[in-house]
Design a protein around this ligand. Structure first.
Ligand code: SAH
Length: 243
């Protein structure tokens, strides 16, 4: 899924930001970087800031317009520090991550970032399906370009991991014991506890009730219950043997 995500930087003027953005992407497992009309080169400064992610900066595709950058994408989200005069469907970073994780399973999706000084133009913002705004300090809400890339790529990654987890859990079906099997276990447990005199027959107290509550809370799986039965059998054997 992360392979379907494109990070698009429009009109970047500081090469260090391209390098830092590449690093921000790579740590989140996102590799496709597109530069639209960059105002700088992928130079030594960019490579230095990219550190171990210089491959991403060096492999970046350069195009002249935003249209070209997003032509194969079904979902385009533009990031902006402030909501302009333009009324547009907005996403929180979390919602943006979730949309990307879902739609990125099938299609290419793009996250667009603007110029350091002036952001994205209204024309560019209107080419996006949604806008995403990082809810920063209203008195100083503009993040450094690469840090905005970091924050939003993180949200995409977290949403992706959550989605994977959900699939994983749906795949492995846990087998739970039937009521009858649980009752047999409780009976077995009580027998052993009486035999070993942990429970005194004349004064059984609440031990069994409390143990039932403990096992109900833990909800042992079928296999775990088998282990417990095995433990009880081993105790019984040893106990009878030593009597
Ligand atoms: N002065 C510019 C800020 C540019 S910062 C402006 O007001 O638009 C460079 C880019 O980083 C922005 O175009 C945007 O893509 C991203 N960015 C910075 N802060 C952001 C925030 N709070 N939410 C979303 N994106 C942000």
């Amino acid at each position: 899924m992360l392979d379907q995500v494109k990070i698009i930087l429009v009109g970047t003027s500081h090469s260090g930001n391209i390098g830092s953005a590449a690093r921000a992407m790579k740590v989140m497992g996102i590799e496709h970087l597109v530069l639209v009309d960059p105002q700088c080169e992928v130079d030594a400064q960019a490579i230095a800031m990219a550190s171990g992610a210089s491959d991403i900066a060096l492999n970046a595709t350069t195009v002249a317009t935003l249209d070209e950058a997003v032509e194969d994408c079904t979902l385009v989200v533009g990031s902006s520090a402030r909501s302009r005069t333009l009324e547009w469907p907005m996403l929180t970073p979390r919602e943006c991550g979730a949309k990307f994780a879902k739609e990125g399973l099938q299609n290419k999706v793009a996250l667009v970032f603007g110029r350091e000084r002036t952001g994205l133009t209204n024309d560019e913002l209107q080419k996006c399906h949604y806008h995403v705004c990082i809810p920063a300090n209203p008195e100083y809400s503009s993040l450094n370009l690469a840090m905005a890339v970091q924050t939003l790529c993180y949200e995409v990654r977290v949403a992706h991991l959550e989605q994977e987890q959900a699939h994983f859990h749906a795949d492995v079906e846990t087998e739970y014991p039937r009521h009858q099997e649980l009752e047999r276990f409780y009976h077995h447990l009580e027998t052993v506890l009486l035999e070993t005199q942990f429970i005194k027959p004349e004064q059984p107290g609440q031990v069994m009730n409390k143990l039932r509550r403990l096992f109900s809370r833990a909800r042992p799986e079928a296999q775990e219950l088998n282990i417990l039965r095995g433990v009880l059998t081993a105790v019984e054997k040893r106990f009878r043997h030593s009597k």
